[in-house]
Design a protein around this ligand. Structure first.
Ligand SMILES: Nc1ncnc2c1ncn2[C@@H]1O[C@H](COP(=O)(O)OP(=O)(O)OP(=O)(O)O)[C@@H](O)[C@H]1O
Length: 232
């Protein structure tokens, strides 16, 4: 990264608007002039009632969807003019995703699930394997390296998904209810593991949660309601 990228917010969204079914009876406006930025090393909570547009916002921030208007900058780089190929490369190399459900590949072991995205990014296999083992150790799963997802608990599966999201050393982590599928006690321990991983690596993150206690542990909270964002 050059100096401009280093001083720029890791994620900067400006005046995003997004709707579906324009001109039709079921037309819906989901995001209304949403702007936010996540600074380097900052962990931001996104709190939103169901249907408020949180997934839409995270998908646009993670280049899985395009806004109708507005701009997305990652590491200071404007994304709208990029070719599909470059967007895919930015998504793969700079952004890590965590979903409510782990989405691990069932036929592969925990370590292989973390190795595969690294191979896709061109990392040599040995290095990728070492990184997978290091990440698994950080979340307390050294003993599960060769387990397939079906042989792990929900909390373990989700911790593997955290490691996979960090596999390529992203600049930005986007998480959509990362512990929403777990019971409250497991959710707390698994969230601890996620926060430790994020803080240890100095990662910048935007983490959507319904859980206000979890939100309070992040640096700042943004609230999204009927497509409008407010601080606090
Ligand atoms: N492809 C689509 N076509 C039409 N409407 C859509 C589409 N995707 C989302 N929506 C609508 O946009 C609104 C926001 O959806 P979104 O998935 O962003 O909400 P959310 O805040 O993530 O909700 P939840 O917490 O329940 O997942 C919802 O009313 C949803 O029905």
């Amino acid at each position: 990264m050059n100096d401009v990228e280093n001083s720029a917010p890791v994620l900067e969204l400006r005046d995003l608007c997004k709707g579906y079914n324009p001109g039709k009876p079921n037309e819906i406006t989901v995001l209304r002039n949403v702007s936010l930025s996540v600074q380097r090393g900052e962990v931001v909570a996104l709190v939103a009632p169901s249907g408020a547009g949180k997934s839409t916002l995270l998908h646009i921030a993670g280049l899985l969807d395009q806004p109708d208007t507005g701009t997305v900058r990652i590491g200071g780089e404007e994304m709208s003019g990029l070719s599909d190929r470059r967007r895919t490369a930015v998504r793969r190399d700079k952004v890590g995703f965590i979903y409510q459900f782990h989405h691990l590949l069932p036929e592969f072991t925990a370590a292989e699930n973390i190795v595969l995205p690294q191979l896709a990014a061109g990392t040599p296999r040995k290095e990728a394997q070492e990184r997978a083992e290091d990440l698994l150790a950080r979340v307390g799963l050294s003993a599960r390296t060769t387990h397939r997802p079906a042989a792990m608990s929900g909390g373990e599966q989700q911790r593997v998904a955290f490691c996979r999201a960090l596999a390529n050393g992203p600049a930005l982590l986007l998480a959509d209810e990362p512990t929403g599928n777990l019971d409250p006690t497991t959710s707390d321990t698994v969230f601890d593991a996620l926060m430790a991983l994020v803080r240890d690596t100095g990662l910048s993150a935007l983490i959507a949660t319904h859980n206000l206690a979890l939100a309070a542990r992040m640096d700042r909270t943004l609230r999204l309601d009927t497509g409008t964002l407010s601080e606090g």
